[in-house]
Each structure stands twice: as structure tokens, then as C-alpha cells.
Design a protein around this ligand. Sequence first.
Ligand code: ADP
Ligand code: MG
Length: 251
Amino acid sequence: MLELKGLSATIEDKEILHDINLTIGQGETHVLFGPNGSGKTTLLMAIMGFPRYQITRGSIIFKGKDITSTPLDERARLGIGMSFQRPPVVRGVKTQDMVSASLGDRGDEATITTLAERANMTDLLDRDINYGFSGGEIKRSELMQLQAQRPELTLLDEPESGVDLVNIALIGELINELLEKGCHIRERRCMGLIITHTGHILNYVNARTGYVMVNGRISCGGDPHEILATIKEKGYEECVRCILRGVEWLR
Ligand code: ADP
Ligand code: MG
């Protein structure tokens, strides 16, 4: 359902992503590990279609359609949604208005109330988006907006960063709802790509495959828990060595 073929991308003429190959099947959740500055956020931004991120080689196929040159808004309408690592504050726009816009025709008051209750966001609906929100509130707000949008492909950029221990279980629940984890994989419509720096989210959300990104390349793919254990034991230096040795599991 999502296929990246030999994707390279630049920001401000600097190549950040090199030759990324990745396939996520319907109903699957994959996680992406990697040190700071390795290009994880850039990858999500390129899949979402932010114009600052220029795709210079390769292609993005979503639901059988080549969307490499498709504008961001159309990608969103096709069913791609994203939560940001550090989303901006939007003064003058209430959180409730964003949820309502994301719901479109389904945006009646009862639906908004239910979404807000589930995300423990009821008291924040009336506030400007992210204005004065805590780390946990920002992430819950992002997930509530995604639940309103109901994307088929959900891109989550470090959903657990800045979130305390009480909130992380709720964050996990909201992600599981978004990715339809309650259904059998064959009945699931949704798929996810989750960036995690710490791997903490894996305690709450099941994922089928993990990758490590180092210096804008994917160094390996495999069982996410195994990858995490290796990173904890040996650090990302081992991943760098893998790349230098030319180990490219995904080819
Ligand atoms: P990660 O999410 O893995 O921490 P990023 O994708 O944010 O990594 O960044 C990858 C690289 O791209 C870093 O070297 C970063 O400095 C660079 N970068 C990110 N945004 C910009 C930008 N707007 N202009 C120039 N370089 C950028
Ligand atoms: Mg990042």
C-alpha cells in the first residue's frame, strides 16, 4: 500500500535522504529508529509532501498510485496523515475548529465531544492550537486531530517525546485505535510508520517491522524489538558499521 523506491530527497539543495527503499503493506505498522539528525523527520515530511523537501530521485507509490509529484493537500485527501515531532502553535485557530475541519461532513458536536473525551482533551478544545500546551497535551491533540481525519496511512514523528509516564499509556491507546489494532490485520484498512528515538512506544503499540536510519540511509530492517535491544546494547555505531559493510537487508 505504501512503497518507496530508491527515494532521495533534499532540503535547501542539501541531499538528506539517499536511496530509501521501504514497503508497508495494508494493516501493518513499521517503526523507524535512528540517531538525531539522521533524516527520520525528513523522510516523513517527504512522504507527506511538504514542498521544502524536494524529491530528487525515486518514487512514492501509495495505494497503487504514483504520488511523487502530488501536492500535500491531495495526499491528505488520498488518506495520508501526519503528527509532528514539534507541531507549531497556531494563534487564532481553536483546537476545536481544526478537529471540526478534519472531520469534514462528519463534524457534528457529538463526534467532536467523543473524540475529545477519548483523548482527554475536553478542556483544551477552546484553546488556540498548541498555545501553552504541555508536551503530553500537544501529542494528544495531534492524535485527536488524526482520529478526526482518519487517514489510511498514519505517519507519527516521535509520538512519545516529551510525554510523561501517565500520558504515554493513553498515547499508546490512541495510536492503537488509529491503526485499528483491535481488528485482525486482514480486516485493517490502516497502516502506520512511527518514528521512535527511545523505542518506548513499542511497549504500547505492536509493530511488525523496524528499520534504522543512519546518515539518511536505511541500514537494516527486522524485528523491531530485536533491533531496539541491539541499539541499547551496542549503540548506533553498530548500525553505521553495517552501512559501511554495505549490508542492505531491504534490497
Ligand atoms: P531526525 O528527525 O532524524 O533527527 P532530520 O530529518 O530532522 O533528522 O534532519 C536531518 C538532517 O537535515 C540534519 O542534518 C538537519 O540539520 C538537516 N535539516 C533539517 N531541516 C533542515 C532545513 N530546513 N534546512 C537545512 N537542513 C535541514
Ligand atoms: Mg526528527
